[in-house]
Design a protein around this ligand. Sequence first.
Ligand code: GDP
Ligand code: MG
Length: 299
Amino acid sequence: MKKVFKSGFVTIIGRPNVGKSTLMNELIGQKIAITSKKAQTTRNRIQTVFTSEEGQIVFLDTPGINKAKNKLGEYMLNIAEKTLNEVDLVLWLVEPSTYIGAGERYIIEQLQKVKTPVILIINKIDSVAEAEVFKAINAYKDVYEFAEVIPVSALRAKNTEDVITTIFEYLPEGPQFYDEDTVTDQPERQIVAELIREKALRLLDQEIPHGIAVVIDSMKDRPKSNIMDIDATIICERDSHKGIIIGKQGAMLKKIGTNARMDIEHLLDAKVNLKLWVKVKKDWRDSDMMLKNYGYKND
Ligand code: GDP
Ligand code: MG
């Protein structure tokens, strides 16, 4: 008898910083989505793929559902809501807290508009006492009818296998969309750009990071060697930001470059020669054309 192969699309939603990228990275076992302590780190909807004998799960990492403040915000809101309708299953990540605020209520409103089953994931259980986790579960059960509730620690890989097992329970029989070696359909360039942006986010102060984008100008394999030459530009909104990103005698830019290079080498399994530039483009976040230019497109 042939075993049933299941497949489908799953999206991970939740407030910025609840650990969506961390969970996805842990489930897939490879660093793809960038993570940081600052809000709105994830801008693009990215797909990662989990394949086992049981089936294939295609994950869509959506940006946090927030009220839009500018064109970039609107774009993120649009794709988040559109995704809810298109997937087989929604994973909603929350903190282990009984506080259900305006942000959570807004998400509940969105979830009530769709029929897609929702699994509530209470993340960061390593950071509170067990009793707090139970209280949180009960508080959330009162406000929405979840298909399942799973407490996890994405960071410490606690209970994360349960997430995979449970997802498969909700997926229909289906085809294998991608071959088993595929972990993402994101172009390598885009991942490289995101890794550079992540380092900048981590190393720079407040204000600046949300106003930056990274563009890969060129990415070339050096013939007959395992070396990749990458040229990239960090785009910021102000001259003063440019100065901060470059730092004293180029120290900050060098640090961003060194940190990013290590991750990129790991990702590409090659030696990387990374050259970084910084350019000022005022108000790029409010321009539709510029957003498209930097790859933030609605499909
Ligand atoms: P996202 O904005 O929802 O994608 O959140 P990230 O995955 O970028 O994570 C935000 C922060 O929370 C990072 O500093 C993570 O290390 C941290 N974090 C994620 N998962 C856990 C967890 O299970 N426990 C703890 N203590 N911290 C976590
Ligand atoms: Mg994220």
